[in-house]
Design a protein around this ligand. Sequence first.
Ligand code: SME
Length: 163
Amino acid sequence: MFEQATIEADNKAEFYDELGRQLEGLLAGEHNLVANASNCAALIFHAMPDLNWAGFYFLDGGDELVLGPFQGKPACVRIPVGRGVCGSAVARETSILVEDVHAFPGHIACDAASRSELVVPVRRNGRIIGVIDLDSPRVSRFDGDDQAGIERLAEIFAASTAS
Ligand code: SME
């Protein structure tokens, strides 16, 4: 059984170092994409305060994202590349940090409680295969340290699925 330890950290860099270590331990020895995405979403959701959704969307063909494993309320299943925060992150090939979702044109509201959002591309062998999407009920929940931390977790996840 994996016991998720509460993270004691003085700052976000320390927090994400520890969360990264926990993720590496959790995924060690398993390469299955669905299993590892499921555990990654659960670990993030239970470790980070003030989240109402944490999960994955994966590219299905070249122009559409499809819902992957997540924690939170049921969500939109398909998002065209270029639409919403998730599809925009894929189209722009970069992470997107949205301090107030009401101010992001085209934001797709899956849970009316969401007020800020962080979307990070997941790359395998240099190519985007999907995104990690985090939603918070708090405006400006995420900053650059969160972005860097989740980008590192996305790398750990992607490496775990390489066979
Ligand atoms: N808000 C996202 C849609 C996915 S949900 O937040 C889970 C977007 O605009 O792409």
